[in-house]
Design a protein around this ligand. Structure first.
Ligand code: SMO
Length: 787
């Protein structure tokens, strides 16, 4: 943004659809991603990964690898355990949930295909990779278990030392579900199978670690969402002073939840740095990403809804079995998906009874973790599917049954499952959506076209989305995850403003929105504002990018810090110009009077405060660098809501689904930048198309990942993107001054649900329903009895 003419702040501040200045760098190839950084004398790491899903390691011989040109060292699990001992993911707040100790590199046993076994360090990545092929590992294959049902019956045990694979077993009951189902006019039910997916960030994970043994200092560059979390984990693992560890997050090319965890291979890199007298670097290649990035979503089971004769919901029942992979991911655990899938069922609706059975098992597969939406895409798909089935049984429209059941909207409410809502706007969102998409006309059209043998379907998905999550989620679970976000806003020479925050940008433009908030609050132009990347040695502390918190909470911290800086500037300017501070404003680089007449430049205010404060007639000259932290107080999270519709055309003979269009009405409270918000909704919805139609991590029965390349694991591309029409309802949160709620996950929370409902709407007249995601051509044919 440097060199731009200052524009009127009104055109740039909160609410302006401002193209983000920061998008220019990645678009012109001048982004600075982790792999663009290579410190002097850097050595490179390649991992030898387990070819087996489950095996005992009998011996490791690195002699031949070590003799290769350029090779500096080889490390095994035993070597690294001495400096970074295995860690345990155990959530005090989740009874019985404890994952076996996880090492940096496999120790005696490998538990999934792709687990890192040996690290080879060489002058170049190519030399490290060549040498890794010469490491001789003698494996003795052990029985592997991949299927969740087989894992549940302990057909094979994932870790030889474990007694059972079952590490999550909970029952939730609210009200009297038995009576609700016994007395219902309609009980509708369906199976559900959500297969594994992975977040597939365009930029893979990577780490660069440099250790200074003389000072005990560590510098880590990391492509990650939560640098402060990682700093704390590295300090604990390596026994270092947290203050001596600096974690820097450069440009990030997508994260989607998978860059939220402490991975074993990342831990290996930082451990190796302490054993080498040179910086070390590892960047995952795409093949490694497939087998070693967190997978997500694997959950299956059965769900029921009980409805009275008026179409009002009496209760829900869910029985869900989730697959965690070989370890529960550190530090948050892998339980989030299953817990949220269960606790968000029935999300936007009023009901009195609920019964949920929830189980989760270890498997000899890649560990599962966060992926955009975490559990909510599953809960929404289950709920919305059941709503459609109940409506069909009662002979009312999908629109009508939703309208009759939305949670009443005034004020704060608590759902039967303990979810807390501020004012929602579901009725208004749906009414807007019905007009926007012309739903009634479309349904009439579909009925007419069906007679001509054209099979179209409409799917509706209403959702609530848990965004801006505070400390009441992870705190009681016993996970050390900070929920505050902080910002420091500083006046610089030339009237420029510097913002440092705890929030990281994953490429979605969060920092641009933060600049708009500061511009609005201060009265400066966006072009005056500078934002750097996140660096734990410089930026104030916070949780980072997860649960759609960047703008909702980080933005609130920026707003409050900007307000403090503005007060400081105006206090000094008022004293210097002998006017009350309330009579002054900041316009661009000037402090002006109420009519906009310049009185003193920001640069002059700064210079006097810095170099000659005795000229300022104030007893105490306030600091022109103001830091604020924010945690939402009244509400544990900021609940967004909305309704999505998708129209599909389905060819019953081929099973192919064409997505004709999508319509979104979202309420994320105050919209800071409509352009960025719409990009989030579109991107999430397209990932939802991937989930519903294409993406699946398929394992063979013996635990080999069969979809380990982008030729096998299909992600939606431009050709698969329909037109997506977006409208907004805005119900600002009252828990913050800013009023923004999160939007980052909405498209993916609602998209797969709307697609499932649309496909099953098209299939209903054919007497078929699909229940296993992705709803692939083969599954759509099988549902009709065509194989
Ligand atoms: S899936 Mo997100 O990083 O909470």
């Amino acid at each position: 943004a440097r060199g731009r003419e200052p524009v009127a702040p009104e055109a740039e501040g909160i609410g302006a659809p401002l193209p983000r200045a920061a998008a220019r760098r990645p678009a012109t190839g001048t982004g600075r991603y982790l792999d663009d950084i290579t410190p002097a004398h850097c050595a490179h790491i390649a991992f030898l990964r387990s070819p087996h899903a489950h095996a005992r390691i009998l011996s490791i011989d690195t002699a031949e690898a070590l003799a290769m040109p350029g090779v500096l060292a080889c490390f095994t699990g035993e070597d690294l355990a001495r400096v970074s001992p295995p860690w345990v993911t155990s959530l005090a707040g989740v009874k019985g949930h404890s994952s076996p100790p996880q090492p940096c590199l496999a120790l005696g046993e490998t538990c999934w295909q792709g687990e890192a076994v040996v690290a080879v360090v060489a002058e170049s990545r190519a030399e490290a990779e060549d040498a890794a092929e010469l490491v001789m590992v003698e494996f003795e294959e052990l029985p592997a278990v991949t299927d969740t049902e087989a894992a549940l019956s302990d057909a094979a045990i994932v870790h030889a030392a474990q007694a059972t694979n079952l590490i999550l077993d909970q029952v939730f009951t609210v009200g009297d579900a038995e009576s609700a189902f016994a007395g219902a006019a309609v009980v509708a039910e369906q199976d559900f199978v959500f297969t594994r997916q992975t977040g597939m960030s365009l930029e893979p994970r990577g780490v660069i670690a440099e250790f200074d043994p003389a000072r005990g200092e560590m510098r880590v560059h990391l492509s990650h969402q939560a640098p402060f979390q990682q700093r704390e984990i590295y300090a604990e693992q390596l026994g270092l002073d947290p203050g001596a560890i600096q974690v820097i997050v450069p440009d990030v090319g997508g994260a989607f939840g998978l860059k939220l965890h402490a991975y074993a291979d990342d831990m290996a890199v930082v451990a190796i740095a302490t054993l080498m007298d040179r910086p070390v670097k590892w960047v995952a290649d795409r093949l490694e990403s497939f087998t070693a990035d967190a997978h997500a979503r694997e959950a299956s089971g059965h769900a029921r809804i009980a409805v009275d004769a008026d179409g009002r919901i009496l209760g829900f029942e869910v029985d869900l079995l989730a697959g965690f992979g070989a370890y529960s991911m550190y530090p948050r655990g892998s339980v989030g998906e299953a817990l949220q899938a269960c606790s968000m069922v029935g999300g936007p609706y009023a009901f009195a009874a609920f019964k949920g059975r929830l189980r989760g098992v270890l498997q000899n597969k890649a560990p599962t973790g966060a992926y955009r939406g975490v559990g909510q895409p599953i809960a929404t798909a289950i709920t919305e599917q059941l709503m459609d089935l109940a409506a069909d049984a009662l002979g009312i429209s999908p629109e009508e049954i939703r309208r009759r059941n939305y949670i009443a909207e005034p004020g704060e409410t608590t759902s039967p499952l303990g979810l807390r809502f501020e004012r929602l706007s579901l009725q208004e969102c749906q009414a807007t959506l019905e007009g926007l998409a012309g739903l009634a006309a479309k349904r009439a059209d579909h009925a007419r076209l069906r007679a001509e043998g054209i099979h179209r379907g409409l799917g509706l998905a209403a959702f609530v989305e848990m965004t801006g999550v505070g400390s009441r989620l992870y705190g009681p679970l016993g996970v050390a995850v900070a929920a505050q976000e902080s910002a420091r806003v500083t006046l610089e020479a030339g009237g420029r403003v510097k913002i440092e925050t705890s929030v990281t940008d994953q490429g979605q433009g969060t920092v641009s929105a933060l600049a708009q908030i500061a511009a609005s609050e201060l009265g400066v132009s966006v072009g005056q504002i500078g934002l750097g990347s996140t660096d734990t040695a410089r930026n104030p502390y916070g949780g980072g990018a997860w649960a759609s918190r960047g703008v909702a909470l980080g933005g609130e911290a920026v707003l409050r810090a900007s307000r403090g800086l503005k007060a400081a500037i105006l206090a000094i300017a008022g004293a210097l110009t002998q006017r009350p501070a309330e009579a002054l404003r900041i316009v661009g680089a000037e402090v002006t009077d109420a009519s906009g007449t310049p009185l003193i430049a920001l640069d002059r205010v700064l210079r006097l405060a810095r170099y000659n404060p005795s000229e300022i007639p104030l007893a105490v000259v306030p600091s022109l660098s103001v830091e604020q932290s924010f945690l939402p107080g009244a509400l544990p999270y900021l609940m967004s809501n909305g309704v999505v519709a998708v129209e599909v055309e389905l060819d019953p003979d081929t099973g192919l689904v064409d997505v004709l269009g999508a319509w979104v009405v979202d309420d994320c409270g105050r919209v800071v930048n409509p352009l960025l918000v719409d990009e989030q909704l579109r991107g999430g919805l397209v990932q939802g198309i991937g989930a519903a139609l294409y993406e699946e991590c398929v394992y063979s029965a013996d635990g080999q990942l069969e979809t380990g390349t982008l030729a096998d694991y299909l992600v939606p591309m431009a050709a698969e993107m329909p037109d997506i029409t977006i409208a907004h309802v805005s119900t600002p949160s009252r828990a913050t001054l800013l009023g923004a709620k999160g939007v980052g996950e909405a498209g993916l929370v609602a998209g797969p649900a709307a697609l499932r409902c649309a496909i099953n709407d098209a299939l209903r007249p054919l007497g078929a329903q699909v229940t296993q995601q992705p709803y692939s051509p083969a599954r759509i044919l099988a549902a009709q009895g065509i194989v």
